[in-house]
Every structure is written in C-alpha cells, then in structure tokens.
Ligand binder design. Structure first.
Ligand code: ZN
Ligand code: ZN
Ligand code: ZN
Ligand code: ZN
Length: 143
C-alpha cells in the first residue's frame, strides 16, 4: 500500500463484488473470491468465481499456455477453440475484461433435427461422422 492509493477502497471481487476471502488471479492480477475450496467435486457447479475464471475464460487459458501478449489479441487462443466456444469464453460473465468485437460464427445446428444448439447453454453430443447433436436427439443421456 502506498500513499498515492485511494483510501477506503477495499478490494472487491471483480466478478461478484464480494470482499471476503479474496485472492489475486495469476492470469490477470484481478481480485477474485478465493472460493475454490467450496466447490463440490464433480458437481459441475458454476458458483465459484475463481474456478469459473480459471476454467471458462480465454484469459486463464492464455496464461496457462504461456502465450505472449494480451489474450484479447491472441491468435493462438482464437485458433485453439471453435469460434463459438471462443466467443463464449471471451465474453461470458466470468471475464473481468470482455472481448469487444467478438468474431461472428455460424450457429451450430443439430445434425438430427436441425435446430440451433446454443453450445454455451445447453447440452450436446459430438457424434462421429455426423456432427453436433442436440440434447433431445442425443443417443447418449446427457448429464
Ligand atoms: Zn466473487
Ligand atoms: Zn484472468
Ligand atoms: Zn493466447
Ligand atoms: Zn436435435
């Protein structure tokens, strides 16, 4: 703490605004809830700020893979995912800084019934030689 820093600005989680049990992210040096210990194994719950940022953002992926520069202009990150997944990971609510002009992408259509699958929000299955199949048409039960 130096004198030039503002007084009474308690650090807050950049995602949810809570100010208890904070930790700084390795990837982008932002305050975030250190709530990974509350995560119930295999529950797939998305209630941990730290975990969400760690698992579901390009920011963290970029850092973990030791790319250079900012993730926002990183072509390696862009090329590491399908565009739809990339856009979700770059603009979802687990980001401190969201990608301003996300690239456009062709919507994913179910290979069975043809409806649009919103991959960030619903279940789908990747069927070999067929493509993406929505939850309803999925041959394997989706959990
Ligand atoms: Zn939080
Ligand atoms: Zn980050
Ligand atoms: Zn990158
Ligand atoms: Zn379908």
């Amino acid at each position: 703490m130096t004198k030039t820093q503002q007084k009474d600005t308690k650090p807050k989680c950049g995602l949810c605004g809570k100010s208890k049990k904070l930790i700084k992210t390795d990837c982008c040096n932002n305050w975030i809830c250190n709530d990974n210990d509350q995560y119930v194994l295999f529950s797939y719950a998305r209630n941990s700020c730290w975990r969400n940022h760690d698992r579901y953002t390009v920011c963290s992926f970029h850092h973990q893979n030791e790319h250079k520069g900012k993730w926002l202009d990183c072509k390696k990150c862009l090329n590491s995912f399908d565009t739809e997944d990339y856009v979700d990971m770059a603009t979802n609510e687990y980001n401190f800084e969201k990608l301003k002009n996300p690239p456009s992408f062709e919507p994913t259509l179910c290979a069975e019934c043809g409806r649009v699958i919103v991959r960030a929000e619903e279940g789908f299955t990747m069927v070999p030689k067929k493509g993406y199949v929505c939850e309803d048409c999925s041959p394997i039960p989706y959990y």
